[in-house]
Design a protein around this ligand. Sequence first.
Ligand code: FES
Ligand SMILES: [Fe+2]
Length: 444
Amino acid sequence: MLSHQQAATLSQVRAGTPIGELLRRYWMPIAAVSELEAKPVIPVRVLGEDLVLYKDSADTVGLLNRWCPHRQFDLAYGTIEECGLRCSYHGWRFDATGRCLEQPFEEAHNVKTTFKDRVATNAYPTQRSGGLVWAYLGPSPAPLLPDWAGFYVPGYTITSFVHVPCNWVQIMEGFYDPVHVEWLHDRWSYRVRGNDVPHSRPRHTSFRWIDFEYGSVFQRKLTGSDKWLADRTVVFPNIDAAGGQGWYMTWLVPVDELNTILAYRLTITSWKTPFGQIAIPPKATFCQPSIPCHRTVASLDPLRGPTADFGSHLISQDYAAWLGPGPLVDRTREHLSQSDTGVIMFRNKLFEQAEVVAAGGDPIATIRDPDKNRRITLPGARRNYGLNGEGLPGMVGEDDIMLRAFLPFDLPDSMRQAVAEAMSELVHDARPMGWKRRGRSKAQ
Ligand code: FES
Ligand SMILES: [Fe+2]
């Protein structure tokens, strides 16, 4: 159980707080590149800061304070030019470094004015990689933007930004909690569908984690076997890299203390597609012109978001775990047990790494050596993770619940269509939905 003080510290994300400063040492995905192509000015809120992301007509991306330094107009209503973003209130123009380039009336009034040189706005560096736009809100020099091997996996990639109205730590704690898979995802799935849980369903007897340079791999033992099953790879502090090699990664991007964006990036490779077909890994000639993006809201309240469907989507079951306790779980009321050793380890690591930052050091999983930053592979999890069962072999409804486990359940038709069209080029062998896996494909 945490004290009130520790619980409060854990939930903070703002500049100047221990965990807020720790989080500012990592690049965060804040939008999809395709979103900026469609709309060049996008308001974003990250780590409690209101910002505006833009791409000017010379293709430079900028991330500025959302409120114009003149009289606080909302720069989300700004317009792009060849260089920079122009405020629509009085026309001041700013570049991606936050410099004010122009103040039309001041310059008309006094050609010698230097006022613009004395007015700058806050700006943060950005980069584009893997179809995502990344922002770094910490002190200079920024660490390198990690170059994940998963970004090079051939396949059809989609991205999805899910707004989850709760603190990011309570979401991340689910990834450090292997036992919930047995109850929340396996046994509850039977019950929610009105079925009894078969006696044969496996139970956890043990789990452990193995640390590596950037995070941890979780392994579990189930009844009837003495074998450790590799399950899940987490990268500190905010990444679920379930696929090991990263064909599927989720970044938890704190919006503020009570809201989080789950940024998914999923590459559909050799898979039973959402259309019940088996796609082969695409040929080298396969080229995806643009990585689509979908935004949605996670909610247990049908008036606020798409209805969670506990019977057919794992992610809905997780929504219940994340949102059920409210936007900020009261950690002073918990009774932590043996099944929470991963959760305790994660909290301790956050506190410990926040101290490293406070002492002027680099926390773990920040990369500064370019030689280490080439197609970073991750150890661990079964490379079929999520494709053929999240963590328990033969989980209930494997043929359908698993199929959709990692696709947002309200994926718009346009994106389904895009996946379908891409897959129609790739489909190797269409089989009925009841197809069972016969072994790994060579590509995995
Ligand atoms: S408020 Fe932006 S130019 Fe005046
Ligand atoms: Fe889960």
